[in-house]
Design a protein around this ligand. Structure first.
Ligand SMILES: *Cc1c(COP(=O)(O)O)cnc(C)c1O
Length: 347
């Protein structure tokens, strides 16, 4: 990857978005959680967010600031209960009944109030307190450390719908209890405008757009491990599939352990489908699946479903074969992909 260009873009987003909250969760957007925590630290932001309680220990030693847990707090999760007492953690609360439980917990712990963001239900209808019940949150502010409202919008096809919904809910929340508003999936300029209108900080959480926002900074490649000539009909692989033509079997790094080729090749179900596939030159007629690897300028077919850490790919004889050690491009969805290595220098 182009580390300097990538970091420069993070820097300019952080400058553009006051109060930016980087989100690091799941597979760490292909980079890993620890690395993203280091990058958040480098940006000098005061807060980052993770998805679940289990992700907090993976970032806390790399990042000095506050850590927000985005998945709403659950009373019956002992880890979440422990985090409610952690002075570096801000939890998300999506039900008034949980605020009551937390208020009691705060008193029990000898005065350390749980630090909470209170979630407003949006048109996503996932988590949160419905608009008409927001007033109820103000009952508990004496017993919990209220850090603001959180509004997680769906990704509206028309961004102005998102702005309208965000503004409406944020104003209702301010009437119930004034405080900062934490937003997701709203354009940065709209957050700045909303902050002015509300007279409260609006903190924008960014995940995909921050880490993966400019794909040209990122290049995913796989190492060619071996190349073997093969004749049409000769068998290869665990499943001893016949080669569909003369060419090469290319053994490439990457497989199911990396989240590649997770859809098993299926033979076409009807004669008609086979005929269409054969007519369009697709090897799905033979029950093969297209791989995400590009070799000599084209996507190539898996000879058989990928294994844990390597894949067998068929390269026809008219192509120029790679040599062992070459890097070939891989199309990877970085939110589900596990990389073996990220080329990002420490400095
Ligand atoms: C995951 C998450 C984000 C980041 O989502 P992206 O689509 O990756 O930017 C933002 N806010 C909340 C509440 C989330 O759960």
């Amino acid at each position: 990857m182009d580390g300097p260009a990538w970091r420069q873009r993070l820097r300019s987003l952080a400058d553009e978005v006051p109060g930016l909250v980087p989100v690091a969760k799941g597979n760490g957007y292909g980079f890993g959680l620890a690395r993203l925590a280091q990058e958040a630290q480098r940006l000098g932001v005061d807060t980052m967010a993770v998805g679940t309680p289990a992700e907090v220990p993976q970032v806390r030693e790399h990042f000095d600031g506050d850590i927000v847990v985005l998945t709403p707090w659950q009373e019956d999760d002992p880890h979440a209960v422990e985090l409610a007492r952690d002075p570096r953690v801000v939890i998300t609360v999506s039900r008034l009944t949980d605020l009551e439980v937390l208020a009691n917990l705060g008193q029990e712990a000898g005065g350390a109030k749980p630090r909470v963001l209170v979630e407003v239900l949006t048109s996503m209808r996932r988590h949160g307190i419905p608009a008409e019940d927001l007033e109820g949150a103000s009952m508990w502010t004496e017993f919990v450390d209220f850090r603001g409202w959180t509004i997680h919008l769906p990704i509206h096809p028309d961004p102005s719908d998102g702005v309208g919904e965000a503004g409406h809910l944020a104003r209702l929340a301010q009437q119930a209890l004034p405080g900062p508003v934490w937003m997701s999936h709203l354009p940065a300029a709209d957050c700045v405008r909303l902050a002015e209108q509300l007279g409260q900080p609006v903190r924008l959480r960014l995940g995909t757009q921050l880490w993966l926002g400019r794909r040209s900074d990122l290049k995913v490649t796989a190492t060619v491990l071996d190349v073997h000539p093969v004749r049409r009909g000769e068998r290869a692989g665990y499943r001893q599939r016949p080669a569909p033509g003369d060419g090469w079997v290319v053994v490439v790094a990457g497989g199911t352990a990396n989240g590649l080729g997770m859809e098993a090749p299926k033979p076409p179900t009807s004669i008609r489908q086979r005929a269409i596939a054969a007519a369009t030159g697709g090897l799905e007629a033979l029950g093969l699946a297209l791989s995400p690897y590009t070799i000599d300028g084209a996507k190539r077919w898996f000879l058989e479903p990928p294994h844990m850490q390597s894949s067998l790919v068929f390269l026809p004889s008219k192509a120029t074969p790679p040599v062992s050690g070459d890097q070939v491009p891989v199309e990877a969805r970085l939110t589900t992909f596990t990389t073996d290595r990220v080329d990002l220098p420490e400095e």
